[in-house]
Design a protein around this ligand. Structure first.
Ligand code: HEC
Ligand code: HEC
Ligand code: HEC
Length: 382
């Protein structure tokens, strides 16, 4: 009896499979997005997606998501990487994406239906069969969490609040024409630095909250080689890779020269409580950690009066959190960069998390003038 049932079931499966293949082979299924889904199919696919996301996201631990820098980074990238499909407050989805099947959702009303770990999983991995892309740099979960931090804020943002977060000082009407700093960048490059200013600030100082690295007064060679390494996929960042990949070589050179010329300013004073950590960091910078194979950072990064290799970046006044994350990326084998980047793998390998924190804090507290004697006048030129 049992075996007869099994045979019947197998027969049905075979007939359905062959029948299904015949229907597909005949070409009658309408693949056109304009035909929409069959009745019930939209619901069924949503259900399948929700089950899969919940299952795969289970157990992902959520880090603290309230750091202002994270929200700014997420917002700025949302404007580049998500808004063209999902729209943004005050700027709805284009008619083009609304003609996709499935149509792309306007996100603010649906965010609260998902938990932070589920948002993380979808943004990191994308969604098959929908057109929702995976994060460009799978090595950078820290960046994906920044996006989640911003998504959680998205439902409460009106158009103005959103513009301020995503566009910073370039927000007002988005009609910024460059100002005096960009005089040298006319013609083909006008507008180029406006795009960068959205994140790095018009003055190249990094736009508040330590969300973005400072570019002003950095070595021109280092800036150019870094842009190239993002564009060629040698340095992983889901935020900077798409930006750099859209630049021509000439645009990279022009932007690097412009930022290298900009003025740096003094670092903000540290809160008193950080002074002990800063001192520990200073000791590491000056002497390294004897016995742990960690060399003195000052040897390559200053502050000192020696002309340095133009591919050794200045760290003075760079946001502490940015520096700390870069060290952690090297320690875990995820930070590429210029051809000299492997030098840093050996440096970071033996640093403990607290030592990374301390030395990052020390460099971020340094005034740029302490580091003024960097490369001899033309050695950083391209
Ligand atoms: C090329 C277009 C495209 C881009 C770019 C894109 N998405 Fe999507 N996204 C989709 C599509 C299509 C879906 C599935 C349909 C839907 O639910 O909106 C989707 C689904 C989602 C969902 C689930 C929505 C739901 O139905 O509950 C989230 C959350 C999401 N995307 C976030 C993002 C974020 C954040 C970014 C930027 C990092 C992004 N997407 C970039 C097309 C895109
Ligand atoms: C959407 C925000 C955003 C935009 C727009 C943007 N950047 Fe960036 N940039 C970042 C972030 C975030 C990082 C740090 C990425 C990392 O962790 O590697 C970065 C890093 C960099 C670095 C490496 C800095 C260092 O110290 O190693 C350079 C160089 C750079 N950007 C240049 C540019 C230029 C030039 C433009 C304009 C063409 C630009 N960026 C536009 C967000 C942005
Ligand atoms: C032998 C030379 C050398 C020594 C010693 C050295 N560095 Fe570096 N460091 C480099 C080079 C080269 C780069 C640029 C790598 C790249 O992106 O290609 C760099 C980059 C960095 C960056 C990233 C900066 C940015 O803007 O993204 C940090 C942070 C850093 N170093 C911290 C340290 C610390 C902390 C120490 C000491 C514990 C140290 N370095 C010692 C050569 C060195």
């Amino acid at each position: 009896m049992k075996s007869q049932l099994a045979k019947a079931a197998a027969g049905i499966v075979i007939v359905m499979t062959v029948g299904g293949l015949l229907v597909i082979w005949s070409g009658v299924v309408n693949i056109g997005a304009s035909s929409g889904h069959w009745p019930g199919m939209g619901w069924f696919l949503q259900f399948a997606m929700r089950q899969s996301v919940q299952r795969h996201a289970a157990g992902i631990e959520v880090p603290p998501l309230n750091e202002p820098g994270m929200i700014l980074r997420g917002a700025a990238h949302y404007a580049t990487g998500c808004a063209p499909c999902h729209g943004e407050p005050g700027n709805p989805r284009t008619p083009i994406v609304r003609h996709m099947t499935p149509p792309v959702t306007f996100l603010p009303p649906i965010i609260e239906q998902w938990k932070p770990n589920e948002l993380f999983w979808m943004v990191r991995h994308g969604l098959k069969y929908t057109g929702m892309p995976a994060w460009v740099a799978p090595e950078r979960p820290d960046e994906v969490w920044s996006m989640v931090a911003f998504l959680l804020r998205l439902p409460e943002l009106d158009a103005l609040a959103y513009e301020k977060l995503a566009y910073g000082e370039t927000a007002a009407g988005r009609g910024w024409t460059g100002g005096d700093r960009l005089r040298g960048l006319g013609g083909a490059f006008s507008g180029l630095l406006q795009e960068c200013a959205r994140c790095h600030g018009r003055d190249g100082l990094g736009r508040g909250a330590g969300a973005f690295p400072k570019l002003a007064a950095q070595s021109e060679r280092y800036l150019y080689e870094s842009l190239k390494s993002y564009a060629e996929g040698d340095r992983a960042s889901g935020i900077m890779q798409p930006v750099a990949a859209s630049l021509s070589d000439a645009a990279m050179r022009a932007a690097s020269a412009e930022y290298a010329r900009m003025q740096d300013i003094d670092a903000a004073p540290l809160p008193k409580a950080d002074e002990t950590a800063r001192r520990r960091g200073q000791a590491i910078a000056a002497r390294g950690i004897p016995g742990r194979d960690v060399p003195a950072c000052a040897h390559c990064h200053g502050p000192d009066a020696v002309a340095r290799n133009p591919l050794f970046p200045t760290l003075a006044g760079q946001p502490a959190e940015y520096l700390r994350v870069q060290l952690e990326l090297w320690k875990t084998g995820r930070r590429g960069g210029t051809p000299y980047a492997p030098l840093m793998t050996a440096v970071a390998r033996n640093l403990e998390p607290e030592q990374m924190h301390d030395v990052a804090l020390y460099f971020s507290s340094l005034d740029p003038d302490a580091d003024a004697e960097t490369p001899a006048p033309d050695s950083g030129k391209l």
